[in-house]
Write a protein of this length. Structure first.
Lengths: 137, 439
């Protein structure tokens, strides 16, 4: 069920992120969500895309430092308290969220150490788990 | 034992002498050489008189420290023939090193000097796997530069057929390889790379060409470039070292058993490694400035020539069977040395250390500033894709690991910055590794 996230090592320099985005455009890859974090010297750009395999090949071909990781993807209802509810489920599993970001609409991606465990905790909750195929349509 | 690395020796009786025999031979020759120089070259006689030293003071090899150093400036000041030790009528050859500023440096040879030179070249060619039946294609320029004629006559002396093609005209070079079935290429590594690329572009079949050995010189050859040439041209490459001021190429050459180390022709050259700042001798294995005293030069003797080249020397036995000491091949000039908070740092050290760390490329850049009042060194290191993890914590751990590994070897701390794969500019030959912003 998990979604393939692509993480890319990027120097904090003008134009470096754009090179990657341009490559996505050229290869008809649609970004469904992303998060950028930065240490001042370098950053990690995380992407959820419609065609993760192709995106990986493209980035690898550019010589980029790229890594595929599983993240959990959820579609939330746009109502107050929804985010709190979801994170509460994970906290009750004694799991730490390493990072999280929102995607298109009210989709959010969550990075945890044990994706399967988090998923099984959420699967019985009133929240929609999103799979990679959902992005292909 | 891999026999491929045990190439035949040109003068086995000299090349396999015991360390004691070598030292005894060196001392005997050093005494003669100092006397020869003192008696015939006014500059040295005056200098030694000033220092209160006479040839008879040389009783051990360590006594060489009593002698004056020779710096390039002296060779310039005495232009053209001021340091020659024999009548000009007896000089049979002149060479010169290019003067980037002002006058060139002119050196001379008599028949004896040329004999020694030919032997040195024949030795290094054999070390690299060249045999008398080889056909040698010369892509060095001839002219005043010592490389062309030096290698030419040395290979001829060994018994090879030499094709004196000279530098340039790449298309003709490729034709000659095919038509004359040459087996050895003598070139600068950057010209070899040019030939390689030109050939690839024009359908030259490197894999099935007759060429099997590359003898490189004239400029430092980074290991990465050598590997690239070996795999793309399907040849075995070695490089050799020398400088016009002490003879030309042939001072040392790389054997096939110990890559990137070069056997010094110790019967003809006495080496010292000194601290480039103080001139004090450094222990074996410690990098410093290479100082050379030719032991067999009649026309143009020099004592303790400061090469400004950075190297270290080992006298440990070599698997190729040769006993002559090996010097680390020169990649940096001592002029490139940085002094960071009182510690000597050589950019090539950084490269060596990085080569030993998994997950980074050997490409790097150093930036030094003193904005805070103290010298501060930042080393930009290129991350390899396989070392990347999707975790800031691990990336920082990795960065600190590189930082502490560098510090352990260089004894001076630096900030390591991780750079994207391929993010450091590549240029073989004259890569500029250091930006010094200190005021």
């Amino acid at each position: 069920m998990a979604v393939q996230q692509l993480s890319v090592f990027i120097e904090s320099k003008v134009g470096h992120l754009k090179r990657i985005l341009d490559a996505f455009v050229e290869n008809d890859i649609s970004v469904k969500g992303y998060a950028l974090s930065d240490t001042g010297d370098y950053g990690i750009a995380r992407f959820v895309v419609d065609k993760p395999e192709r995106a990986f090949t493209v980035l690898e071909g550019m010589g980029a430092a790229v890594k595929q990781t599983d993240v959990l993807c959820l579609k939330l209802m746009d109502v107050p308290g929804e985010l709190a509810r979801v994170f509460d489920v994970i906290a009750k599993q004694d799991m730490n969220v390493k990072y999280s970001y929102s995607l298109i609409s009210t989709y959010i991606a969550i990075g945890v150490d044990d994706v399967v465990k988090a998923e099984s905790a959420l699967v019985n909750q009133p929240v929609e788990l999103v799979s990679q195929v959902d992005f292909s349509s | 034992m891999n026999d491929a690395i045990k190439t035949p020796m040109y003068q086995p009786e000299i090349e396999t002498m015991s360390r004691d025999e070598i030292r005894a031979l060196q001392l005997r020759k050093l005494k003669d050489q100092v006397a020869w120089t003192y008696e015939r070259v006014p500059w040295y006689r005056e200098k030694m008189d000033e220092m209160g030293v006479v040839p008879g003071d040389i009783q051990t090899l360590d006594d060489i420290r009593k002698l004056p150093f020779t710096d390039k400036s002296v060779l310039r000041d005495t232009y053209p023939f001021g340091l020659f030790a024999i009548p000009m009528d007896d000089v049979v050859r002149l060479h010169a090193s290019s003067g980037t500023t002002g006058k060139p440096i002119v050196v001379g040879y008599n028949e004896h000097d040329l004999d020694v030179w030919r032997d040195c070249i024949a030795r290094l060619a054999q070390m690299a796997g060249v045999v008398p039946s080889d056909r040698v294609q010369m892509a060095f320029g001839y002219g005043m530069f010592t490389g062309g004629f030096g290698l030419h006559y040395g290979c001829e002396h060994l018994g090879c057929m030499v094709v004196p093609a000279g530098s340039g005209n790449t298309e003709r070079h490729l034709m000659m390889i095919n038509d004359y079935q040459t087996t050895v290429l003598i070139a600068t590594p950057s010209y070899a790379m040019h030939m390689c690329e030109y050939g690839e572009k024009h359908g030259f079949d490197w894999e099935n060409s007759s060429l099997r050995v590359g003898l490189f010189g004239g400029e430092p050859c980074p290991p990465a470039l050598k590997e690239e040439l070996e795999s793309r041209m399907h040849i075995t490459c070695t490089d050799n070292y020398g400088l016009t001021e002490v003879m030309g190429p042939g001072v040392s050459g790389e054997c096939l058993a110990s890559r990137d180390m070069q056997h010094i022709a110790e019967d003809h050259f006495l080496w010292e490694i000194v601290d480039p700042e103080t001139g004090e001798p450094l222990p074996e294995g410690v990098p410093g400035e290479l100082v050379l005293t030719p032991l067999d030069k009649q026309a143009f003797p020099v004592l303790r020539y400061r090469t400004h080249d950075l190297s270290y020397v080992t006298t440990e036995p070599c698997a190729c069977g040769r006993t002559h000491a090996r010097m680390k091949k020169v990649r940096t000039r001592t002029d490139d040395m940085l002094i960071i908070r009182g510690t000597n740092v050589f950019p090539s050290q950084v490269e060596d250390i990085l080569a030993g760390i998994e997950g980074v490329s050997p490409h790097y850049r150093i930036e030094v500033d003193n904005e805070s009042g103290l010298d501060h060194m930042t080393i930009m290191v290129e991350l390899l894709p396989e070392a990347f993890t999707d975790s800031f914590e691990e990336m920082d751990k990795f960065r600190k690991h590189i930082q502490s590994t560098l510090k352990d070897s260089m004894l001076v701390s630096s900030d390591v910055k991780l750079i994207e794969p391929g993010g450091i500019e590549r240029s073989f030959g004259k890569t500029k590794h250091v930006t010094d912003l200190r005021k």
